[in-house]
Design a protein around this ligand. Structure first.
Ligand code: S3P
Length: 187
């Protein structure tokens, strides 16, 4: 069989810590997570998608019908369900790490990687998309700026930060893998 050899996990038969992607909306957590998981042969969990699957509602419906507090409690519940599980790439929703208890849970089993981008890049990526309730009010540029200011510091929980406005998805994935190798978390 041809094809590229997959990088092995840290030690044969030993579980690898999760790779957890955190960051603001529109910074590429889902697309990078999917690709990273497939390259490493790990399971990919996208927390928004998983919440939608479990509740049978879209994120926008949960925010509109049940309110943001309910959505945040679904996020926490999901992390509790994932506790102790390894060998996953987890793409979190942008607000997941606003709760310190969530950060603690994610750090327990995983390595946090922050994907970020400039407000302009974020604006270009999210405009025209209506599935993010927090961005559907007021002037979009202003809203992004406000939320970024409000959240300043929340994403510092990560040990690696990558500007996804400057690199392709493949390059971001390679940089994460390189970092895992440097940290001897992978051969
Ligand atoms: C949110 C980000 C969204 C989603 C929800 C709330 C946030 O996920 O969880 O709309 O508070 O930043 P993405 O970051 O995947 O867009």
């Amino acid at each position: 069989m041809g094809g590229e050899k997959l990088p092995r996990l840290c030690k044969a038969g030993v579980s690898m810590r999760n790779i957890v992607l955190i960051g603001f909306m529109g910074c590429g957590k889902s697309v990078v997570g999917r690709k990273l998981a497939s390259q490493l042969g790990l399971k990919h969990v996208d927390t928004d998608a998983e919440i939608e699957r479990v509740t049978g509602k879209t994120v926008a419906q949960i925010f509109a019908k049940d309110g943001p507090i309910r959505f945040r409690s679904e996020e926490k519940l999901l992390l509790k369900k994932l506790a102790g599980k390894k060998d996953m790439v987890i793409s979190t929703g942008g607000g997941m790490v606003l709760d310190p208890e969530n950060v603690e849970m994610l750090k327990k089993d995983g390595i946090l990687v922050h994907l970020y981008a400039s407000p302009d890049v974020i604006y270009k990526r999210v405009k025209g998309r209506r599935h993010r309730p927090l961005l559907n009010r007021g002037d979009l540029k202003q809203r992004i700026k406000e939320l970024l200011e409000e959240r300043a510091g929340a994403y510092n929980a990560a040990e690696l930060s990558i500007d996804t406005g400057k690199f392709s998805v493949d390059d971001v994935v390679s940089q994460i893998i390189e970092y895992l190798k440097e940290r001897k978390l992978m051969d």
